[in-house]
Design a protein around this ligand. Structure first.
Ligand code: PLP
Length: 417
């Protein structure tokens, strides 16, 4: 069980709303720091463990700054994300570029920053060489395809994923890179998303350690850095549990000793690029009930919509909902909680048992700190909301203002009309 609690009281939220009208995402700084520390503690045994926060989850410099203070780097997958990392003061191997279908501008920017470039396809070796040149250190993204076995229907099928190089290509890639003068090597994989079973991360680490040993034996390539990607899940549902990171850390340590240390390949750096587990549970989408509608079903209409949080609409994802001030009321009403888009999938919850809701109630949607605001869009001319930071001392700072109509219209020219 995971307790779904809002980190502030209703009265304080009402004060905040006087200054910052709903909807907005609120991020709890202290929770973010706690999550990073939990991850780092699980890998405290590893030589120079580094978490490169997946910027796409919450691309906001204030969040990145907090994470940088905690010793994190950034995992970027676009030019904009590289720029955010740069502006936050990160450089060199703090930054990893793990993108795919990569335009050369991203490679050039990554080279300018001295970032670690993690190549997604073998054809990008000459592409990178032509447009940006190689740095000393190069990393490749591995896609094990059908080789990733172990009874894991949950993992999905890596052979259906567009990412990474095949096993055969991986060997070819290191050989080619070495011929071209690259002398330091990393390797990366990401085969899981939102996974709550810690064993899958241990299995992935084992697979990667074996590959590191194989590359050393067959090519004499010494990998100095293994990046295990992200994909650590979070308990969106109250009946789910956090991933047992301590168990994951211990399991990976054991594999490290059996495979890396035993083969004389210690020290090998371990990195991760978690996004969701760091900020996901620390974000709260706060909205006000605008309308109630009773037809064939009962609807609660919010001033937030799918433009503020897409996950329920596109993945059918569950996000817990708290009605402020009614936490202890019986959940004896069943509602669909919706936004205002002209799209019937614009629903935050379907057939959700909730306390009786009234117009004007404050509704908090949980676990919106990752892939929430970041996935926002402007369909129907809906504006992206503000982002607020709840600091450890209880004060609130606006870390992104809400879009205005002027922002929305800024790419159109009305002057000729
Ligand atoms: C999205 C992504 C991540 C982060 O995934 P989470 O599920 O948020 O941990 C890490 N690495 C890459 C390459 C990604 O695309």
């Amino acid at each position: 069980m995971t307790e779904k609690k809002v980190p502030i009281k209703k009265a304080q939220l009402e004060e905040i709303i006087k200054e910052f009208p709903t909807p907005f995402h609120l991020y709890a700084e202290e929770e973010i720091r706690k999550n990073v520390r939990r991850l780092q503690a699980a890998f405290s045994w590893a030589p120079q463990f580094k978490e490169h926060f997946a910027v796409k989850a919450t691309p906001n410099p204030y969040i990145l700054k907090i994470l940088r203070e905690e010793g994190c780097g950034a995992d970027c997958s676009s030019l904009a994300e590289l720029i955010i990392a740069e502006k936050t003061g990160m450089k060199g191997d703090d930054i990893v570029l793990t993108s795919n279908v990569t335009p050369f501008e991203e490679y050039q920017k990554a080279r300018e920053l001295g970032a670690i470039i993690n190549i997604d396809d073998i054809s990008h070796i000459p592409y990178l060489e032509k447009h940006a040149g190689f740095s000393e250190l190069l990393s490749f993204r591995y896609n094990p395809g059908p080789l990733r076995k172990g009874g894991n229907a949950i993992i999905g099928e890596p052979e259906e994923a567009k990412y990474g190089l095949t096993r055969e290509q991986i060997f070819e890639a290191y050989k080619t890179a070495r011929q071209k003068g690259v002398c330091r090597f990393g390797i990366h994989t990401m085969v899981i998303s939102n996974e709550l079973d810690g064993n899958y991360f241990i299995e992935t680490a084992k697979m990667m350690f074996d590959l590191v040993v194989d590359l050393y034996r067959t090519l004499d390539v010494r990998i100095e850095y293994v990046n295990l990607g992200g994909g650590i899940g979070i308990p969106y549902r109250p009946e789910e549990e956090d991933v047992d990171l301590e168990l994951v850390g211990k399991g990976i340590k054991k594999a490290y000793e059996e495979k890396i240390v035993a083969n004389g390949l210690h020290p090998l750096k371990i990195a991760m690029e978690s996004g969701r587990m760091i900020t996901g549970p620390c974000g709260y989408l706060v909205a006000t009930v605008l309308h109630k509608k009773e037809i064939y079903k009962n609807y609660i209409g919010l001033d937030a919509c799918m433009a503020n949080l897409m996950r329920p609409a596109i993945y059918g994802a569950y996000h817990h909902i708290t009605v402020m001030g009614k936490e202890d009321w019986p959940r004896d009403y069943t509602y669909d909680v919706t936004g205002s888009l002209c799209e019937n999938n614009d629903k935050f919850a379907i057939n959700r048992e909730l306390p009786k809701i009234d117009i004007g109630d404050l509704v908090v949607i949980h676990d919106t700190g990752a892939h929430g605001h970041a996935m926002g869009f402007n369909y129907n001319g809906k504006l992206r909301s503000a982002e607020l930071l709840l600091k450890p001392d209880g004060s609130v700072e606006m870390i992104r203002r809400a879009e205005t109509m002027d922002d929305y219209f800024s790419t159109l020219d009305f002057s000729w009309l």
